[in-house]
Each structure stands twice: as C-alpha cells, then as structure tokens.
Design a protein around this ligand. Structure first.
Ligand code: GLU
Ligand code: MG
Length: 453
C-alpha cells in the first residue's frame, strides 16, 4: 500500500470514529497477542512497525517464558510488528478500534525466522512455484458459557440442547444476531451457524479463501466472537477440550488444491482424481507430524478420543466423520469444484499460519511425488481390533507430547517447513507446557487452558 493510500486509510478510519488500531498475531500456542496503536500513528507504524520482544516466540500456553531454546535464551532482543494493511477492518463489535493481522520482521526490517505468518507466506510461494494454489475454509466449534464474575470458575452452559435444534439457540439469540451482523461487517463470510452436539457448543463455518487470508480471518473471527459474547454476558471457550465432560472443539480445516483454475480434488465420478488422491496421500503420510502442529497442545491430546469425530486414528474416508482426513466430493447439486478434504485433527491451540503451512507442504509433497492413496475407510477403525487396524496400516496418532515431538523431529519434510529456529522455539514451548502439566490432574490442566485462545 502506498504511503498516500495509508494516509487516506488513516483519515477514513478517523472520520469513522476509530481511535486505535489493534495489530494481532498468534503465538506458538495459537494464543492471539497484540499491540494497539493510536490511529494517527498508523502511517508511521505501517512503515517501521511497533517494537515487541523476541520472547513471544517462547511464551508457553500459560504465559511462562521458557529460555530453553538456544536462539532465544536471554531477555535481550527486539523485533518489529507490522500491520498487514490489506487485512485491516474496523471492528463492528469494538467500533473505536480497527484490527489488522500482524507480521514480525527484524529490527532491520528483514524476515524474522520466528514469524509464523512468514512461514505460511513462504509455503504459499513454494506452491506457486509448482503452479499450485490452495483454498482454505474453517469450521469453528466453541462453547458458550454464562459469564458470572462472582463465580468465574463455575461453568454454566448458555445453551443446553437439543443438539442442532433452533430451540437451543433461543437463549443466546442476541449473541447470534450480533455474530451474524458483525461477521458481515468485518468481512467474514459466514457459511452457517448451529447449535453443535455438546451442551454449550456452537459451530460456525467460514467461507474458503487463500491460505494467508484464511488464517488472518480465523484470528479476526475469534476477536469478533469474543466482543459479541462480552456484550451479552457470555464467555466463550475455543479450547480443544474446555472441560473433561465437555464436547471437543474442533477447528476443522477444509482445503482444496488448484492448478490453472482446476480443482485437483474434483476427479471423475466424485473421486479425488489422480493428483487430488496424491494430495490426500501426502497428508496421510505426514499426518503424525502435521497433527503435532495442527493440534499441538495438552488440550488437543485430551480432545483426540476415538469415537468423538475428532480423528484419533490415521486414515482417510469419503464423508467419514470419524476420519481425520474426510474427503468431501463435489456433487451434481454443489458442482464438482466443491470437492475438498477436511482435516479434523486441528484446533484453536494451533498457530493457524504454521498449521496451514505444514498441511499444505505435506499435501503438495504427495502431489510432487505422485503418492498412491490407500483405499478409503468408511467405518470407524476405533471399533476394530488392533490386529484389524494393523492389517490396514491404520495407527493411532501421537497421544503424548513426547510422541508428538518424535513425530515432528522424525519427519524432516515437515520439520523443514518451520525451519530450525522456529522448530526449536516451538518444541521448547511444547516441552514447557508438558513439564507444567506433569503430574497434574487433566481437568485442572484443561481449566487452565479454557480461556486462553
Ligand atoms: N466436535 C468434534 C471435534 O472434536 C467434531 C464434530 C463434528 O464432526 O462436527 O472435532
Ligand atoms: Mg462440528
């Protein structure tokens, strides 16, 4: 954006009553962090950014800073947070503020290896070098509780079923109305919204866009939802598992891969087609390492129970809701280009930029190598014996932080996507979380993560 255009934008925002711009990014725990600057400072901040500590790369899920990663082992260092002006919006629910996704560069303005948005930008470029583009859409599940300041630890669901019933939404009607309004005003294209399976649970879907925009919007959606909830005395949990008795919150990612305007997943007769099949095969091959990034937290592991549509075993299926990789074919009604593949092993504790980067890298590697896809599984392998699963090469995804780390470090194809520096910081953060969780009851850990995302 030219300096002239930024000045114009600043003027427009000021005229609209905006006094500040919140620049937001997500850390290695998927937790949004931010800086807010006066609107008048926008032209300057767009050029030189705002100073932030390098240590945000080694914050763990409880805001503890780990100094265990060699590259960031001291309190010294400062980098610059820049607003991505293409993504700036005035927040309908916080009208005195505008919001922009942020990217972080070094003090000299060079790429900073710990900048997660930069990792995804590079991945998108490397797809482009292969003549490929991707479309990404999200389903966001979350729990809605009454916010009672006198009893902050009491979980009172704001809706209580029946699942998928319009009646379930009546007690949160004002919130639903504001969500529909504010999403449209903030440029978030909402597919649909419904009362989900669990008590307190709501789901909405976001329309597909290019990967960077999709990750930016996933963060904007959270800000928009929280602001709407707070106006109605509600508190939202985006955590993968808000409590042991709650339903898991999946943030399912739908992707399709395109070459020269052609959706590679839209093959003949509802099949994924040869290159689309290779894309799914790539995702399947690297799923343990990918899941260590797309569902990386202790809460993610607690959510990943067989039989809960969360994708606990590594396999793919056609419209199989238990599969971590659910192929959604096109149809005569929806058109062939509706075809996409959903990753269920994905939640709000993932950094959305890193998650999409590893996912696309895994799939694109499958395409580049022309990987063969095993047959689809249409039932739930969680109900089979271990021998039956073994016979079809179906295994459980990593179930502990140590297994996740081994999956990631043992897979150079995926580890390389993060790069050595960021991988080191990411693993240090995971270890810090794991050490803090050691020996504590799961419900206590989940309670600590409940409001973090
Ligand atoms: N709530 C489930 C999860 O943990 C998903 C349910 C669904 O398929 O919509 O991902
Ligand atoms: Mg759902």
């Amino acid at each position: 954006m030219t300096a002239h255009r930024v000045k114009g934008l600043t003027w427009e925002l000021t005229e609209a009553g905006v006094v500040g711009v919140t620049i937001s990014w997500a850390d290695n725990n998927g937790i949004p962090r931010s800086r807010t600057v006066p609107v008048a400072a926008l032209p300057q901040v767009a050029e030189t950014g705002v100073g932030v500590t390098t240590l945000f790369a080694v914050f763990d899920s409880s805001d503890v800073i780990t100094f265990a990663h060699e590259g960031l082992a001291t309190p010294s260092g400062d980098v610059r947070l820049l607003p991505v002006l293409d993504g700036i919006v005035r927040l309908a629910g916080q009208p005195a503020l505008a919001w922009a996704p942020g990217k972080i560069v070094t003090a000299d303005g060079d790429p900073w290896p710990y900048d997660q948005r930069g990792v995804l930008a590079r991945q998108v470029e490397s797809l482009a070098a292969e003549g490929l583009t991707a479309l990404v859409g999200y389903e966001l599940e979350f729990a809605v509780y009454r916010d009672d300041p006198d009893h902050p630890d009491e979980l009172v669901p704001a809706l209580s079923g029946p699942a998928y019933s319009p009646h379930a939404l009546v007690p949160i009607d004002g919130f639903v109305k504001d969500v529909l309004h504010d999403f449209a005003a903030n440029g978030l294209e909402l597919g649909q919204l419904h009362a989900e399976y669990g008590p307190a649970q709501v789901e909405l879907s976001l329309a597909a866009s290019d990967p960077l925009t999709a990750a930016d919007r996933q963060l904007l959606a959270r800000q928009t939802l929280r602001a709407a909830a707070s106006r109605h005395g509600l508190r939202l949990s985006f955590a993968p598992l808000p409590a042991l008795t709650a339903a898991g919150n999946g943030w399912h990612v739908h992707t399709s891969l395109w070459r020269e305007g052609r959706n590679l997943l839209a093959g003949a007769a509802g099949s994924p087609g040869p290159e689309g099949a290779a894309y799914i095969a790539g995702l399947l091959r690297d799923l343990p390492a990918v899941a260590a990034v797309t569902a990386p937290s202790i809460g993610s592991l607690a959510r990943l129970r067989p039989g809960y549509f969360a994708g606990a075993f590594a396999f793919w299926g056609v419209e199989n809701r238990e599969a971590p990789l659910r192929f959604v074919p096109g149809s005569a009604l929806l058109g062939a280009d509706h075809a996409n593949v959903e990753l269920k092993t994905s939640d709000a504790s993932a950094n959305p930029y890193l998650a999409l980067a590893v996912l696309l890298a895994a799939g694109a590697a499958g395409v580049a190598e022309g990987l063969a896809l095993p047959p689809a599984v249409q039932s739930d392998p969680g109900t089979w014996t271990a021998d039956e699963r073994g016979a079809q090469d179906i295994y459980g995804l990593p179930a502990t932080p140590a297994e996740q780390e081994a999956a990631l470090t043992g897979n150079p194809r995926i580890a390389r996507v993060l790069g050595d520096d960021l991988l080191g910081a990411f693993l240090a953060v995971r270890r810090s979380d794991a050490a803090a969780a050691e020996g504590r009851p799961v419900d206590e850990i989940l309670a600590g993560l409940r409001w973090r995302y």
